[in-house]
Ligand binder design. Structure first.
Ligand SMILES: Nc1nc2c(ncn2[C@@H]2O[C@H](COP(=O)(O)OP(=O)(O)O)[C@@H](O)[C@H]2O)c(=O)[nH]1
Ligand SMILES: [Mg+2]
Length: 203
């Protein structure tokens, strides 16, 4: 690896679109429903415990967090979605902020790759399907991280990975990478995809 994942710091926590950084290294965004394992994934990739807070409760404030990774990459931690008990006002804040990031962001050219997490154990939720459909139409390069892969037996797991890859909302050629923050499975494959995706923008 040509970058040091441990050299990571939070440099912007944006609650409003005006706070999105205008300049950054190539951005790698992490998207998924609350509790899918997004913080655990970020911590596993960066080899740091507790950088992105791991919690089973919904976050209190809705922000998009930008991490500078060794001055070579920018990890973008998008707010989790899909908590049924969230008040409507909070859902609106989520969609305004996320929407602004993807569709009304002057710096969208910085985005190199989206890692879309889907819980392998439960399969895609209705919101995951909306997100995958959006990504497929947008032309934004994305891969699917099949999280919590350690929870499934070998047989169930192979079937679930195949089903995910063949799901009608998943664009052809989209990579599905099984991942577990418990075993570290998938970590090196994801780091190399991330690094590869960031290359075209690097001079
Ligand atoms: N078995 C298993 N549990 C996981 C894994 N990743 C996260 N979890 C658990 O799932 C819950 C939510 O994880 P978190 O990373 O906070 O999810 P986030 O809300 O998407 O950021 C926590 O209780 C984690 O311990 C994994 O790979 N395997
Ligand atoms: Mg989290």
């Amino acid at each position: 690896m040509v970058f040091n994942p441990r050299n990571a710091t939070l440099f912007v926590s944006a609650g409003r679109p005006e706070q999105f950084p205008a300049k950054s290294p190539p951005q790698i965004a992490f998207s998924g429903r609350s509790n899918v394992g997004k913080s655990s994934l970020i911590n596993t990739l960066l080899g740091l415990r507790g950088l992105a807070r791991v919690s089973s409760k919904p976050g209190k404030t809705i922000t998009i967090n930008f991490y500078n990774v060794d001055n070579k990459l920018c990890f973008v931690d998008l707010p989790g979605y899909g908590y049924a008990r969230r008040p409507a006002a909070e859902k609106l804040r989520w969609s305004r902020l996320t929407d602004a990031y993807f569709t009304n962001n002057p710096s969208i050219g910085l985005l190199s790759l989206v890692l879309q997490l889907v819980d392998l154990n439960t399969g895609p939720s209705a919101d995951d399907i909306l997100m995958l459909d959006f990504l497929g139409r947008s032309g934004i390069k994305h891969i699917i991280v099949a999280s919590k892969a350690d929870k499934l037996s070998k047989t169930r797991r192979d079937a679930a990975i195949a089903a995910l890859g063949k799901h009608p909302v998943v664009a052809p050629g989209v990579l599905v990478v099984p991942f577990s923050s418990k075993s570290g499975e998938g970590k090196s494959a994801l780091l190399s995809e991330i690094w590869k995706a960031a290359q075209p923008q690097r001079k």
